[in-house]
Ligand binder design. Structure first.
Ligand code: ZN
Length: 426
């Protein structure tokens, strides 16, 4: 690359908006192009995560923000071009050195928030560098991962500057990422506008949506009635147009964070157990098999000796109805017997309950063995019950299993809900 001689060095900037425009913008005009673009369908860039503002976060946080900005162009822009992250760098200079670098400079840029420099030969971009500045005369810029009203969005400004590197000039569309100015506190430019998409596809062609993938659902349990907010991490999430389903039921409030992260509200489920989670963009669907579990009961803590062990249960639709919880232990120490009459059809197959045997074995050490195993669900269809395990002898290897049923008003046909069996071990 040493022999390469750039024919021109071009500069484009993002200007901090500090005067509200008084004149309405005409939106007839749209994206513009710089006259230079990449020759291939990808290019590699590096990040120097050297921002100094505390609100910019750690190095990995800074890298995440700028990578998200780069991914947004392929994921939502859907042009046939993708930025490839090549790792961190300590480079902090503008140079046609063959390394496309994004970095921060603790200097006064004399106006712009950030600048994209690129080198072009015959309309082909051969190198680019993007620099974020510390300040302009009279204004200290504070960079942030999630900006307050007086801070600037690293991700959104990076998305704008990376748009210049693609070959996009400023757009006349005021909502576009490539619009010339951005306000403090705004995160709007981190998601590209349809005008930006049109510009990218003009330059590189339309590649269509990526197939989204889900690697993980954070907080991957919920009670049957859903309603909890979860974070999905993966890839290929565009800033608009992604839908999420749990076992075929649509999640609500799907909110984009980055191309690799979205949040949503878990829908309800009729049955407990592990279910598939899917993310779809148009006809492209990614599935995380058995990636989420619906509970109607869960242990509130790891089993412990010498203390109460609590179980939370919820049976949507059965508020105020009676419930019966059943507990069994296995593990070789405690013999197994039945607590209920095996011929009683209301005793659901839970294995065998051995509480009587437990009391026989450890009666002197078990002042209480089960608190509230039979009762009424509250108005939210919840209950919590517990059992106490003696501190000694060691019960290492013990597994406790809980079964739960509700709505049993005295006849087998009155049983409304039977839980799966949950277990926890010492
Ligand atoms: Zn610009």
């Amino acid at each position: 690359m040493k022999s390469h001689i750039p024919t021109s060095l071009l500069v484009c900037t993002t200007i901090a908006l500090f005067l509200l425009a008084a004149v309405p913008f005409e939106e007839a005009a749209a994206y513009g192009t710089t006259g230079s673009k990449f020759a291939s369908s990808s290019t590699t860039f590096r990040i120097n995560p050297n921002f100094v503002d505390a609100s910019a976060g750690s190095a990995s946080t800074q890298v995440d923000a700028i990578r998200a900005a780069a991914d947004e162009w392929r994921t939502t822009g859907q042009g046939n071009f993708a930025y490839t992250y090549g790792g961190e760098t300590s480079v902090a200079t503008i140079a046609a050195d063959g390394v496309n670098t994004v970095y921060y400079s603790h200097t006064d840029g004399n106006g712009p928030l950030a600048v994209c420099y690129w080198w072009s030969l015959g309309g082909i971009t051969t190198n680019f560098d993007i620099v974020f500045f510390d300040r302009m005369p009279g204004w200290d810029f504070i960079w942030a991962r999630t900006p307050t009203a007086s801070q600037f969005d690293m991700q959104g400004v990076a998305c704008h500057e990376l748009g210049h590197a693609l070959g996009l000039d400023h757009s006349a569309v005021s909502g576009a990422t490539m619009y010339a100015t951005v306000s403090a506190g705004s995160m709007a430019t981190r998601s590209v506008h349809t005008d930006d998409c049109a510009g990218m596809q003009f330059l590189y062609g339309n590649a269509g949506p990526l197939t989204p993938t889900i690697a993980q659902v954070g907080s991957n349990h919920a009670f049957l009635d859903g309603g909890t907010s979860v974070t999905l991490t993966g890839s290929g999430f565009p800033s608009t147009g992604v839908s999420v389903k749990f076992n075929g039921s649509s999640a609500t409030n799907v909110a984009w964070v980055t191309p690799s992260q979205i949040t949503c509200i878990v829908p309800s489920s009729g049955v407990a157990g592990a279910v598939n989670v899917t993310a779809s963009v148009g006809a492209q669907t990614g599935t995380l098999a058995q990636g989420f579990t619906y509970d109607n009961c869960r242990f509130a803590n790891a089993l412990q000796q010498g203390s109460w062990n609590w179980v939370q249960c919820r049976a949507p639709g059965d508020a105020g109805k009676p419930f019966l919880a059943m507990l069994s232990f296995t593990g070789g120490i405690i013999p197994v017997a039945s607590i209920g009459a095996p011929s009683d059809p209301r005793i659901i197959g839970l294995g065998y309950d051995d509480i009587l045997s437990t009391v026989v074995l450890y009666g002197s050490q078990l002042p209480q063995w089960l608190n509230n195993p039979l009762g009424l669900l509250d108005a939210s269809a919840n209950t919590t019950f517990g059992f106490w395990l003696p501190p000694s002898p060691s019960l290492a290897g013990l597994t406790a299993r809980v079964g739960f049923l509700t709505g049993d008003a005295g006849a087998p046909s009155g049983i409304q809900t039977v839980s799966g069996i949950i277990s926890a071990g010492l």
